[in-house]
Design a protein. Structure first.
Length: 93
């Protein structure tokens, strides 16, 4: 049986997920999922791809953000309607 991190890698190689969606898939809490993603980031290196989070109200894109969790508030319009970031892994060639 694969470990939780191995499951996460296989899901992320197949599609793009937010941390919340990934946590629901593997039946884990957000904090553990983020910790696992930090370890996976070191394991897969540059194959880990992150698409920036975005405010759905004003469409501000959080480009300079390294953390995997969803930002709590938009710095531009102060809205809390944030989606993303989306995480995926490019398959090894």
């Amino acid at each position: 049986m694969p470990t939780r991190r191995e499951q996460m890698i296989s899901y992320l190689e197949a599609s793009e997920y937010t941390v919340k969606d990934l946590a629901a898939l593997i039946k884990s809490n957000m904090r553990d999922t983020i910790d696992d993603l930090d370890h996976i980031k070191h394991t897969v290196g540059k194959r880990l791809k992150t698409r920036s989070a975005e405010c759905t109200s004003c469409h501000f894109v959080f480009r300079k953000r390294d953390r995997m969790n969803t930002p709590s508030r938009c710095p531009k319009c102060k809205s809390e309607r944030i989606v993303g970031p989306w995480i995926s892994i490019k398959k090894a060639s």
